[in-house]
Ligand binder design. Sequence first.
Ligand code: DAH
Length: 358
Amino acid sequence: MSASEAPSASELDTLVARAAAAFAQAGTPADLENAKAQYLGKTGHLTTLMKGLAALSVEEKKARGAAINQAKQAVEAALNARRQALADAELARQLQAEALDVTLPGRQRGAGGLHPVSLAWERIEQIFGSMGFDVADGPEIESDWFNFTALGNPPNHPARSMQDTFYVDMQDADGQPYCLRTHTSPMQIRYATAHAKRHAAELTAGRMREIRVIAPGRTYRVDNDATHSPMFHQVEGLWLGENVSFKDLKAVYLDFCKTFFETDDLALRFRPSYFPFTEPSAEIDIQFQSGPLAGKWLEVSGSGQVHPQVVRNMGLDPERFIGFAFGSGIDRLAMLRYGVSDLRQFFDGDVRFLQQFA
Ligand code: DAH
């Protein structure tokens, strides 16, 4: 069919059908626009037919023009229908891709929490703080002097074997190796020595400045089983002044335990023991009167009256500074408080265990 010849009605129908088929084949909007150009574009079939009308008579123009226009409208209708179908399909695809399952459980940011040992540690600081104790801390890599000798435990003393020690490849001025502190007791010497220096003028003038301090922290020993870990936590306590006695130790420690374990139903006893830095020395045992641990004596702390030589090593007068010290395992206190039977659970880092305390 050339442009100058007038198309027959069936030719126009065929054209419309071909256009509709071409549109139906177009899988994307871009394909569809290309197909459209072939029929409705500047050189498209229908446009060419329209141009061809110019050569016809007025009568023919009327009749053919109307027929071509009808065909053009049919093609446009098919085009619009296909456009809509493609848009609908695209929307459906997007909805499918972005579908939300509103029945899924919500996602939450996990709330962090303090480790049970930290909880116990904070509790200890808070309770002793309320009883007027200062809180001190010091180095975990400790010299032989502070960890042993100043505490009445010189080299070759048999009591050194009480604590299996990690040594560090580094020596102090006396040629003694540094160690990872085996207990928090060196803090007694460090704190009291600083105290003696700080208040030297008042002390020489005969005035009393009591020492009341706790020193919680990490400690280390070559030890590893269900109740011992190479790294563990202790809290040291020291109260030195005029006439501070075992009676005060018992009152303070019992009070601490009652608050820490949140029960008044608690008994406390001293059991004779030995430590090189106290004389006399005692283990402190407690007994719950009710609850799962009721009736058992549980060892919670070493303690004793601070040895006069240790007081001298602090730079203080042992005739005036008399009192007690204690050293308790924080992990042990936490185990008793939270009913944990294996110490290693504290250090395994298993979230299922830890989140119970969050
Ligand atoms: N330092 C001792 C230990 O770890 C515990 C201890 C006992 C501390 C008696 C003291 C004390 O202050 O008076 O085995």
